[in-house]
Design a protein around this ligand. Structure first.
Ligand code: SF4
Length: 410
């Protein structure tokens, strides 16, 4: 039975799934072809033809006469999962002698990701890591994270930045774009160029369609907006959301198991995800009401529907995270919690006062006790305390200068 759409699909294990394990021997294409034979609807044929074309396109790009590495931007969501699956299946179909190009599976952890989603992503990455080793594929699985100096807690508790908002979204660049850009630039420095594969689709949203159209040069590869010598390849750009789910629900991944857990995750979280953000043009899609698999601390959205969804289905232990996030939002909007000038000395709502930063760190420690897992690292706390010392001495200097100015004026 073909399943069109997440809501309507019963996600039953099909006979095809029971009989086939995708791996070194059997490819997803073989299963889909068999399904089309059993269920020859025009929709099924159209999707199969699209997948065959995408696979041919991937194989053709992979066979180009250069060695620029491929980097798959992997968020753990449905779209990047499908891209990863298609690439691994394409590699498996090639004789080992032709698997000459190295592929990197790149995931970014902001360190404040939704704990349930991050556990799932880590589990998938580990499965992929083991599978590519067993299958002897030229694939590296990598995970980036923000620099210690730029984590969520170091900026919020250390520098006193208010929680991110639509007007002051300081997080996406520091916690997502810079770490992945650093990884890409390192590869580019070594090999001259890199090709970034993204699971971006025109049908995701009107905003996404506009972004795709703006940077579409009519070629298979487009220049990355911000990273020189990086080309962007969007192999599934024309697939619909139903297409993606159909494939994922009918075909097992080459790293073993099924995609059932992914489907359940989406169902519990209410369907949205924060995509793999690679440049400033993508920033607006991070932390919007349609992006629900983001940081649990995200205050750019009014409500964290994904976390609330996970709590509703039995993860009550995460409730304190929602309360803490709401408190952050309230504190950030309360002028009495903020300094009267910015860090650069300009008169305006500034960072949290030193007392509020200390109070919030205490709340984070209490939160850890309530949820039973670590939320902040010792290295972050050390860095935060160092910034407090610097800020306190800067404030003392500013105050002394003001007093001196007053004395000189009188
Ligand atoms: S999910 Fe929210 S907090 Fe996290 S990077 Fe995106 S906008 Fe910032």
């Amino acid at each position: 039975m073909w399943c069109w759409g997440l809501e309507s699909c019963s996600i039953k294990e099909t006979e095809h799934q029971k009989r086939h394990e995708v791996g070194a021997g059997t490819t997803g294409r073989a299963i889909l072809q068999e399904m089309v034979q059993n269920e020859p609807t025009s929709d099924a044929h159209a999707l199969l033809n699209q997948l065959v074309a995408i696979r041919a396109d991937l194989a053709d790009e992979y066979a180009q006469p250069h060695a620029y590495p491929w980097v798959i931007g992997f968020s753990g969501g449905k779209d990047s999962t499908l891209v990863l699956q298609l690439v691994l299946e394409m590699l498996l179909e090639l004789p080992p002698s032709q698997r000459t190009r190295h592929v990197h599976v790149l995931s970014n952890d902001t360190l404040v990701e939704s704990p349930i989603v991050q556990a799932f992503v880590d589990e998938t990455l580990e499965r992929v890591r083991l599978a590519v080793k067993d299958l002897k594929l030229p694939v590296t699985v990598a995970k980036t994270q923000p620099d210690l100096d730029q984590t969520f807690w170091v900026n919020l508790l250390g520098r006193g930045y208010p929680a991110p908002s639509r007007t002051f979204r300081w997080c996406t660049d520091r916690m997502k774009i810079r770490p992945t850009t650093g990884y890409l630039q390192h590869l580019i420095a070594e090999g001259g160029k890199a090709i970034l594969l993204l699971g971006v689709r025109r049908a995701e949203s009107a905003a996404r369609a506009r972004t795709v159209a703006r940077y579409d040069n009519g070629e298979r590869l487009n220049n990355h907006n911000d990273v020189a010598n990086c080309m962007v390849y969007r192999p599934i750009v024309e697939l619909t959301t139903d297409d993606v789910w159909t494939v994922l629900m009918q075909v097992r991944p080459p790293w073993g198991g099924t995609h059932r857990k992914l489907v359940t995750l989406y169902r519990n979280a209410g369907g949205g995800e924060c995509p793999f953000v690679v440049d400033q043009a993508d920033t607006p899609s991070c932390g919007t009401s349609s992006s629900r698999f983001g940081c649990w601390t995200c205050t750019v959205v009014e409500k964290d529907k994904s976390l609330e969804g996970f709590i509703k289905v039995g993860n009550e232990h995460l409730e304190p995270l929602v309360d803490f996030r709401d408190m952050l939002q309230e504190y950030s909007r309360d002028r009495s919690k903020r300094m009267e000038e910015r860090r650069n000395g300009q008169a305006s709502a500034g960072p949290f006062t030193m007392a509020v930063r200390r109070e919030l760190l205490g709340c984070v420690r209490e939160l850890e006790r309530e949820v039973g897992f670590s939320v902040i690292t010792d290295a972050e706390i050390e860095r935060i305390e160092a910034i407090w010392r610097e800020d306190e001495s800067m404030l003392t200097r500013r105050q002394a200068k003001r007093l001196l100015d007053i004395v000189q004026d009188t």
